[in-house]
Design a protein around this ligand. Structure first.
Ligand code: AGP
Length: 605
């Protein structure tokens, strides 16, 4: 969940590392550090608690080098502190190491091999660098010592390691298992990074690594070895992403920029997947594999899981394909009874979520077909699934996912349409997905243009509250779960997305004077039920906000949603809730893009 960077053979190493870490800060931002070496005997280790800006302030002008490693942290083992920040150093000051992941058996390794070594941090990572130094002191070469340590790490561990040896300062020793890592091919220098965003200013050509591989990286050579020690020849892939896309531009925060980008995401999906004649440009093999299956299993985490809840409605209501939605971390260790011919869909903005990858590994071992819907080309979940569909939403930097959620739902709708046509489902011709997504784009634009109104509602309703509720039924129940997550993760207001009919079975006890309750009503058949539930909480002092689709609205409803087919109401209903969360957060003075305790891509289980 951390971000790591490395460079060898570039005199501008310090700036390349700091800039790379700034681009990766969304992966973890509680402490950071760099180590650089100038090949002439001077080297510098700088670590700091807090953001990259805090680290940058500690990097004095004399700090320079041509090879180095860097890290921005999301604490797993040990509190955020200067001591626990990476790079970690061996006691003999020879080896420097940064790590993204978690070592399952670090305690055993410490007790077995390092009884006589005093550790200065609480981290699993320091155990690894001390072990490398121990085996090197026992006469092994750096590469042999590194490989010996990798052989001692247990199955449950995940890692991306960058090791630097002061006695061989222009070489980076790189290893990967489960955590994402890329090699960037430079002109006379080479780089390493957790994802390509970090190094787009240096190169657009990257080499993906496979679990178990190690790399010996020098300024002008890249040697990849597989677990058996065989040298692997792998060609780089080219990334078109324009680094500017990953910049905030005039926006104060990425979250607001990405909320405003949603109309464009809809139009881009129409352009990418729907031909002029209305036919859907999706691989026939994928559609055949889905048509041959008897049940769809959607597996995901967090916001992506919530997009899956809407996907279930689309696949079942539009084309009558039985669909289940599962939380990845639960499915990984408690899978349901599977049907005879399951088809798996993995939803993941980052394509790197460890919980989802754990399930995909099992699905591949069982030989079932799978599709990953992701926003990141060449991500692990994309590479390892049978099929991939991309969101083309542009980099999503804010930790709170917004445009990826609506993008995933829109792409599920396009896929359901394509599968319905492929399976010759008679009623599918009535679902004009291009027209509906165009309505969504226009409706989203209308809502973001009215953001000032939402800003005021947030100030009136959420400024001082410690808890809040979103309520809804059927499709709206799926929507309120995402709405609640958004408010929770950026404003730290304890929020529940609740099936409104379930409130009176206990949870209504939490309602008191001025408790904020937001009722979402877009489903005709349950609209009145949700309104009565809203009345029940109002009668107990709740402060109720109504977000209602135009065809169901009454004059007193505060937020009226543009018209769209009920099956895609989430695409418009979610926008005011994203804005409520955004304003509630900044009105409390929080950094809405980097909420406490979170990271954008969760690469540890
Ligand atoms: C959402 O705002 C959060 N960042 C988080 O719940 C996220 O959706 C979850 O970690 C899944 O990430 P993924 O889509 O990259 O797999």
């Amino acid at each position: 969940m951390c971000g790591i960077v490395g460079v060898t053979g570039n005199p501008n190493a310090v700036e390349i590392l700091l800039n790379g870490l700034e681009q990766l800060e969304y992966r973890g931002y509680d402490s950071a550090g760099i180590y650089v070496n100038d090949q002439k005997g001077d080297d510098y280790l700088v670590k700091e608690k807090g953001r990259i800006a805090d680290l940058r302030a500690e990097v004095s002008a004399d700090v320079h080098g041509s090879t180095g490693i860097g890290h921005t942290r999301w604490a797993t083992h040990g509190v955020p502190s200067k001591e626990n920040a990476h790079p970690h150093v061996s006691n003999d000051k020879r080896f420097y190491l940064v790590h993204n992941g978690g070592i399952g058996n670090f305690t055993e390794l410490k007790e077995t091999y390092l009884q006589d070594v005093t550790l200065v941090s609480e981290t699993d990572t320091e155990v690894i660098v001390q072990l490398v130094a121990k085996f090197a002191r026992e006469g092994l070469s750096t590469k042999e010592a590194f490989k010996k340590v990798l052989g001692l790490v247990d199955e449950s561990s995940s890692y991306a390691f960058l090791l630097l040896d002061r006695e061989d300062p222009d070489t980076l020793y790189v290893a990967k298992n489960k955590s994402p890592l890329l090699i960037g091919v430079g002109d006379g220098f080479n780089v390493v990074c957790s994802d390509d965003l970090a190094m787009l200013k240096e190169t657009h050509d990257f080499i993906e690594l496979v679990d178990g591989e190690i790399v010996i990286l020098k300024p002008t050579s890249i040697t990849i070895e597989d677990p058996a020690g065989q040298v692997v020849d792998r060609k780089p892939f080219h990334v078109d992403t324009d680094p500017a896309q990953a910049q905030k531009g005039a926006y104060p925060f990425y979250m607001l920029k990405e909320i405003d980008e949603q109309p464009g995401v809809m139009r881009n999906l129409i352009k990418e997947y729907i031909a002029e004649d209305g036919s859907i440009k999706i691989d026939a093999d994928l559609l055949k594999a889905m048509a041959d299956s008897d049940r769809i299993y959607i597996v995901a985490a967090g916001t992506s899981y919530h997009a899956g809840l809407v996907g279930k409605e689309l696949f079942e209501k539009l084309i009558q394909v039985p669909t289940e939605v599962h939380v990845a971390s639960e499915f990984a260790y408690n899978p349901p009874l599977l049907s005879a011919k399951p088809f798996f869909i993995f939803l993941s903005q980052s394509g790197e979520t460890a919980d989802s990858r754990q399930v995909l590994t099992q699905v591949n071992q069982a030989g079932y077909p799978s599709l990953t819907i992701t926003n990141v080309m060449n991500s692990t979940l994309s590479r390892e699934a049978t099929y991939t569909l991309l969101l083309y939403a542009g980099p999503e930097i804010a930790v709170a996912s917004t445009k990826a959620y609506t993008g995933q739902i829109a792409l599920e709708a396009i896929l359901a349409k394509a599968l319905g046509v492929y399976k010759q489902i008679a009623t599918i011709k009535d679902f004009d997905v291009a027209a509906e997504l165009t309505k969504a784009a226009n409706g989203m634009q209308e809502l973001v243009d009215e953001k000032g109104k939402i800003e005021k509602i947030a100030a009136d309703m959420l400024k001082d509250t410690r808890n809040a509720f979103y309520i809804g039924r059927t499709m709206d129940y799926a929507i309120v779960q995402e709405a609640a997550l958004k408010l929770k993760e950026v404003s730290y207001i304890q929020t529940e997305g609740f099936a409104s009919g379930e409130l009176k079975h206990g949870t209504i006890a939490l309602i008191q004077e001025n408790t904020p309750v937001v009722a979402i009503i877009t489903d005709k058949k349950t609209a009145n039920h949700t309104r009565s539930n809203a009345q029940e909480v109002k009668a107990r002092g709740a402060n109720v906000l109504y977000i209602v689709s135009r065809d169901l609205a009454t004059p007193t409803d505060q937020i009226v949603l543009p018209e769209i087919t009920p099956l895609l109401s989430a695409l418009v209903a979610i926008v005011p809730t994203q804005l409520l969360a955004y304003y509630a957060s900044i009105q409390r003075g929080y950094d809405v893009d980097k909420p406490r305790n979170l990271a954008k891509s969760v690469t540890v289980e």
